[in-house]
Design a protein around this ligand. Sequence first.
Ligand SMILES: NC(=O)C1=CN([C@@H]2O[C@H](COP(=O)(O)OP(=O)(O)OC[C@H]3O[C@@H](n4cnc5c(N)ncnc54)[C@H](OP(=O)(O)O)[C@@H]3O)[C@@H](O)[C@H]2O)C=CC1
Ligand SMILES: O=C(CO)COP(=O)(O)O
Ligand SMILES: [Zn+2]
Length: 360
Amino acid sequence: MSADRINLLRTKVFDKSKWMQLPRDVVIGHGVIEQLPAICEDLDLGDSVLIISGDQTKDVAGKRVEALLSGSYDTTIFTTSGTDYLDTIKKAEAASAEVGFVIGVGGGRVIDTAKIASYNTDRHFISVPTAASHDGIASSRASVPTADGNVSLSAEPPIAVVADTEIIASAPHRLLASGCADIMANCTAVLDWELAHRLRGEQLSEYALTLSRMTAEILFKNADLIKPHSEESAWIVTKALVSSGVAMSIAGSSRPGSGGEHKFSHALDKLAPGKGLHGEKCGIGAIITMYLHGGDWEGIRDSLRKIGAPTTPAEIGIDDETAVEALLAARTIRPERFTILDMGLTQESARELVKMLYRE
Ligand SMILES: NC(=O)C1=CN([C@@H]2O[C@H](COP(=O)(O)OP(=O)(O)OC[C@H]3O[C@@H](n4cnc5c(N)ncnc54)[C@H](OP(=O)(O)O)[C@@H]3O)[C@@H](O)[C@H]2O)C=CC1
Ligand SMILES: O=C(CO)COP(=O)(O)O
Ligand SMILES: [Zn+2]
């Protein structure tokens, strides 16, 4: 049989394809921000760079990045001030179109802004997290609130991640604890994914699912080691965040790291804007969704407590009735993403759950 004929048969039998975009360089450790010039030179991305940073993170690291690169590149700093997130993204996009590449220096919002701006202008993007507060630092997804609810968007995966544990360990501990909660919530996200697979035939990626679950398990095992302002803690959590981001990139969606607990968190973004950090809300949500899955919800609650993350809505200034409303509204956010919260929760049962599981 000719090679052409064999190839034809192969195409007929197996016509699946997948494009996974993963970071090329991941540099984590003490003082690694100083290596940015060498990393940029090695990647050869152009002569001009847009540094996207936040109001606070500009002083924490954004200006340092500019100082490190200004000798070799035309540098511009873009600050993500203001409350209109979508408008900020649009402005960042316009600035990104003027440069060779983009660096995001900050927390989750800054990194997502840089990721979206670079994706829409076809620029490479380097992720420089100043806090280990979310698992978007290495992923190819961005999570954006809109008037119709939160959306998960395809975005530019970082070509490099440069995570300086000295900077990350100096950030307020609340941010690190929130990042831990975001990862611990993977254990319920994957249960929701399996549920959707069994009930709805949703496609599973065994690799993405296993990596996501394993990352959460490692963090549960090491919860005792997570201490405020410790570089070892920053190291453990940052590696977990990268691993969780890679799981999402393998899946090509945020499914491995986002289930009902995330939909609860996104509902709270709308119902109680400005209250609590992303990961904190996901951790609180995971207590309820794990209870509904029949799993070890007390284990999640106790691990969150150990690392200093909140375990009740009250701790982030949210009253019980709003939490009940968020549990019910969760199913209206990305309704195509089936989770345990779609399995017949009522106002009465939501009230009971909130009363029973969120006791101080
Ligand atoms: N793409 C993805 O897959 C994911 C995306 N996300 C998204 O990320 C966002 C949440 O990220 P999160 O980091 O919790 O929140 P923010 O990005 O809103 O950051 C919270 C605050 O922490 C500040 N901050 C960050 N680093 C430091 C530091 N070293 N020292 C002092 N202050 C610091 C920020 O300052 P500044 O004012 O400078 O910004 C900001 O005021 C949400 O928008 C969420 O949707 C979350 C998970 C995954
Ligand atoms: O936060 C995320 C993973 O931790 C991304 O999730 P969403 O797709 O729900 O925004
Ligand atoms: Zn998350």
